[in-house]
Design a protein. Structure first.
Length: 202
């Protein structure tokens, strides 16, 4: 059984993807030949609760085969937090995306997403998408409403590129960001339009 501990000195990194029975680990330091990631086997469970490797985990590696860029996970660092859907560990910020039109915001749905994000203990970034489809008055009304809840929201129009740079800067801050929200609010459009260079946006 692999251990739960700080990744041992040597080869370590961050799990950035799960691939069948393997995980892709971005290395803290490039290996020989400039290797920056390894495809690693996931060995069993890591403690009596059955904890398994998930995206966002920091891990120590062993049995590294540099020519084939393969290794095995040997240790798993303690987690700061873990989001269930999607399964992501050590989340720095949760970006809650709601559209201002098509579909219009549902206050109950929005509250549910915000409560779940706050419960995780991560930074919460609220984004209203499709701002170009509503009037300034409607935008102002929603910004005032969430402001009374304690949130300063970003408004975004991918079509007009309004607010894109502000969101991009938030997502490029250190740490793992998770985008969440109901279907149809434009999460994929935001991720693509922001031209993100960070691999840690999920």
């Amino acid at each position: 059984m692999a251990s739960v501990a700080e990744p041992r000195a040597g080869v370590s990194g961050l799990v950035v993807a799960l691939e069948a029975n393997y995980c892709r680990v971005a290395l803290d330091q490039p290996g020989p030949g400039g290797v920056r990631s390894l495809l690693c086997t996931r060995r069993g469970r890591f403690d009596k609760t059955g904890r398994q490797v998930c995206v966002g985990d920091r891990v120590g590696l062993e049995g590294v085969d540099w020519p084939s860029a393969r290794a095995a996970v040997a240790s798993l660092a303690p987690r700061r937090n873990r989001l269930d859907r999607p399964s992501v560990a050590n989340v720095q910020r949760v970006v809650v995306v709601m559209s201002l039109a098509d579909p219009r915001p549902d206050p109950l749905v929005l509250s549910r997403f915000l409560i779940a994000a706050e419960h995780l203990g991560a930074e919460v970034v609220l984004v209203f998408s499709k701002a170009d489809l509503v009037s300034d008055q409607d935008q102002g009304s929603w910004l005032e409403r969430v402001g009374a809840w304690g949130y300063s929201a970003l408004t975004l129009s991918c079509q007009r590129h309004n607010g894109v740079e502000a969101l991009r800067q938030r997502l490029l801050e250190p740490g793992i960001s998770v985008l969440c929200g109901p279907s149809g609010v434009g999460k994929r459009s935001e991720e693509h339009t922001s031209e993100l260079q960070s691999p840690y946006v999920i």
